[in-house]
Design a protein around this ligand. Structure first.
Ligand SMILES: C[S@@+](CC[C@H](N)C(=O)[O-])C[C@H]1O[C@@H](n2cnc3c(N)ncnc32)[C@H](O)[C@@H]1O
Length: 559
């Protein structure tokens, strides 16, 4: 009866919440509106009767409804804690969240998620519980979450004397709170703020309007396209303003049309009108002067947007293709694959390179996550690492700095990249480095290395080619050789922070559109290794804390 005693105690004390310890890593708040009739718990045996209950759980601020069916159970095992029996299904749900799938950037389940991933007993049930989280938020609860989390964030900014977030011309271009161990909680609050804000906006819009607006988003993209293509961010002075008429003259576009475009852009806080007929910069429009941002926008508007309108045709005419030449991108660009297209246009290739670096050099993608997030010390002290598709070898260089006896072979098909890496290599590292032109679709020439590292290469290729890539390694592998792949492993739906999830699912879609490729789930990785060779032991997927990428590992076992 310990649960009943606890509930009674809570009601008597007038508290609104109970603290429920699920595992050593965290505590979950449960609203005290729990009314579950039959629970028996003793020190030596436990039993529950069958009953179906709807429990309103507030899991760190999110409202969740879970339908729980309890089977009648008799067991001699001591109840793990006073909620252990009653909440066994929920407890299982929460604690089965595997460390290898740390779902948010800080290695914890996102506060707005209740279900775990592959290892859960009934992922489908959990996903539907997760869907309930997303589909049935209450406006007032969301508003309360927004208010509470905004206060946490604001208090921190003010206490630290940081610049206040703003779209004013002198506003900071990034959210002002740095990502450090100390600010972890503040960033959690910011994430919760973003998630609740999006939900309340969607809810208050309603499905009908929401859909109409969603499909109109290309107009927003078009304003960015026009602004950057006509160099308007550089025409508008950093201080002061300029008339629509003068912008029109400089762009050789009628004033009226410039005004039409910019006044829509202004609704997104890109430029603003400080006085009638005049345009000035906001913090966002100022960023459009930045070369990385302009490359990112141009790559998306010129190269990808036309491809996005060809996805239907690609799926209708070439649904099963895994070829890079049979993609929506190729349909939109005269039959050229992305690689052919870039190969024939050095300027576009350069722009693609900088756009990609803008996307993937952020904090969550830093090489240090691979250097610090994998147990390299388990390898022989003088291990040989082959950096397959390693470009200049910059990843190997970082590993070499941390492990003074490791040796490296950097392989790439593009000799120019290897030459550049070799030219930049520190004298002290030279004795431990080799560079080799190699096509990763052909047999691996470096035999018996301890690790074959593949970073950001596999997601460019369909399973057909990913399989060839892994099989090409097999003749070189010795017993115990490891294949380490460092890129993404898609989480189960609703198990990660919703913003991170949208980002990687968008990337997944882009990989299909451009290359008939994909971002893979843990199960996809496991299947690839099993298909490549039965001697692979799949060791799983890890996500270092704070990292947006995953480390996929398999060991070749012959003895
Ligand atoms: C996205 S980059 C990844 C580079 C690096 N591993 C990293 O972590 O940033 C992909 C690399 O694969 C190389 N590559 C593409 N096709 C290749 C092939 N068939 N054989 C070997 N390298 C290839 C490219 O030249 C490029 O350097």
């Amino acid at each position: 009866m310990m649960l009943q005693r606890s509930l009674r105690r809570t009601r008597q004390s007038g508290l609104q919440t109970l603290l429920f310890s699920t595992d050593r890593r965290r505590q979950v708040e449960l609203k005290s509106q729990i009314d579950i009739p039959v629970v028996v718990s003793t020190n030596s045996s436990s039993s529950t009767s069958t009953s179906t209950n709807i429990i309103n759980v507030n899991d760190r601020g999110d409202h969740v409804r879970i339908n729980t069916t309890f089977q009648k159970q008799e067991t001699d095992a001591p109840a793990p804690d006073h909620f252990g029996v009653l909440f066994h299904p929920i407890r299982k749900l929460l604690s089965s969240w595997p460390a290898s799938r740390a779902p948010d950037t800080n290695g914890r389940r996102h506060p707005n998620c209740i279900q775990s991933s592959a290892t859960m007993a009934d992922p489908a049930a959990a996903i539907s519980a997760g869907a309930a989280v997303q589909l049935r938020p209450k406006l007032s609860e969301l508003a309360a979450q927004i208010s509470a989390n905004a206060k946490i964030v604001e208090d921190y900014i003010e206490a630290q004397g940081l610049p206040y977030p703003s779209f004013a011309t002198d506003g900071p271009s990034n959210f002002p709170i740095p990502e450090t161990a100390e600010t972890e909680k503040i960033h959690e609050a910011r994430q919760a703020l973003l998630t609740a804000s999006k939900r309340i906006y969607d809810l208050a819009t309603g499905p009908n309007e929401y859909l109409r607006w969603m499909v109109w988003n290309y107009n927003d993209v078009s304003t960015l396209h026009v602004a950057t293509a006509f160099d308007i961010p550089n025409i508008v002075p950093l201080d002061g303003d300029i008339s629509f008429a003068d912008i029109g003259k400089q762009c050789k576009v009628p004033e009226l049309k410039i005004r039409q475009v910019l006044r829509l852009a202004m609704t997104n806080r890109i430029f603003y009108e400080p006085r009638h007929g005049y345009v000035a910069h906001t913090a966002a429009s100022k960023l459009l002067r930045d070369e990385l941002m302009r490359n990112w926008i141009a790559y998306n508007t010129d190269d990808l947007a036309p491809a996005s309108l060809k996805v239907v045709e690609a799926l209708q005419t070439l649904p099963d293709s895994g070829e890079t030449s049979e993609t929506a991108f190729a349909l939109a660009h005269g039959g050229e694959s992305l690689f052919q297209f870039l190969g024939a246009r050095p300027e576009r290739a350069k722009r693609f390179g900088t756009a990609m670096s803008a996307f993937s050099t952020g904090q969550g993608y830093a090489v240090e996550h691979l250097v610090n997030g994998y147990d390299w010390d388990q390898l022989p002290k003088d291990a040989t690492i082959v950096d397959v598709g390693g470009a200049t070898g910059f990843v190997s260089v970082e590993l070499a700095k941390a492990h003074s006896d490791f040796k490296f072979v950097v392989e790439d098909k593009v000799k120019a990249q290897l030459d550049l890496g070799q030219a930049q290599l520190d004298e002290a590292l030279k004795p431990r480095f080799e560079y080799l032109v190699h096509d990763f679709f052909t047999e691996q020439p470096i035999k018996g290395a301890d690790v074959y590292l593949i970073r950001w290469c596999m997601h460019n290729w369909s399973d057909k080619y990913a399989l060839i890539m892994i099989k090409s390694l097999v003749p070189a592998l010795k017993n115990g050789s490891k294949v380490i792949i460092n890129e993404l492993a898609l989480p189960e739906p609703n198990t990660s922070n919703p913003w991170a999830e949208r980002r990687i699912r968008t990337l997944d879609m882009v990989m299909m559109m451009c290359l008939n490729a994909l971002e893979r789930e843990e199960g996809d990785w496991k299947r690839l290794f099993a298909e490549a060779d039965p001697r692979f032991r799949f060791d799983g997927v890890k996500q270092p804390p704070g990292c947006l990428m995953n480390i996929v590992e398999a060991t070749f076992v012959t003895e």
